[in-house]
Design a protein around this ligand. Structure first.
Ligand SMILES: [Zn+2]
Length: 197
């Protein structure tokens, strides 16, 4: 076992090394398998080695944005990214931190360290809008939008888009759960692409 493999295994959370094609070339395997179960992955954990990392993401604008962000960090167009995001399970509020760090020096292969760690976990009542909402196939202009980072929602209407992103109701019920579109709210979109070391 090489030293760098030992370091990956020792790092907290999910740690993946990506090449410039976003293919997983190394990982901390035990924590990947732990993360798989933690997030309700069915069956045995899939092996990410040799796979493009965003193949595990839901197809759409959010995945495209992450691809762009990963490439910007790999090629030095952007500094280290730290992104705190929610990754709830039903009845559990979970805060995670994603850190994207470029690896390699001048003249060597460009790579990216993708590390996602758990910051906090707390019980919460089920929130139908978060737990039961399904992602719409069509990205209609009048669709309800759910920010995958902070879980703020935007309900269509003739209002100020920046101001009207609101947190979803805690434990809300009765109302029909709309199909949602995953879209970064203005605050999270700014946080993604406006970081400097
Ligand atoms: Zn947001």
């Amino acid at each position: 076992m090489t030293t760098s493999q030992e370091i990956l295994d020792a790092l907290d959370g999910v740690s993946l090394v990506l090449d410039a094609d976003l293919t997983v070339t190394a990982l901390g395997r035990r924590n990947w398998e732990r993360y798989w179960c933690l997030n309700g992955g069915a069956g045995r954990p899939q092996d990410p080695l040799g796979r493009e990392v965003t193949s595990f993401f839901t197809e759409g604008e959010v995945r495209d944005t992450f691809r762009l962000l990963f490439h910007k960090v790999i090629f030095g167009d952007q500094g280290v990214v730290r992104l705190d995001y929610r990754c709830d399970a039903r009845s559990v509020r979970r805060m995670m931190r994603l850190t994207l760090t470029p690896l390699g020096s001048e003249g060597t292969e460009r790579r990216l360290l993708y590390q996602s760690i758990l910051l906090s976990e707390a019980p919460r009542p089920p929130v139908p809008l978060i737990d039961d909402a399904r992602i719409a196939r069509e990205h209609a202009a009048d669709a309800t939008r759910l920010c995958p980072v902070c879980y703020r929602i935007w309900v269509p209407g003739p209002r100020d888009e920046e101001l009207d992103w609101a947190m979803p109701p805690e434990g809300g019920r009765d109302a029909a759960v709309p199909e949602v579109v995953h879209e970064f709210c203005p605050r999270c979109a700014l946080q993604l692409f406006d970081q400097r070391d």
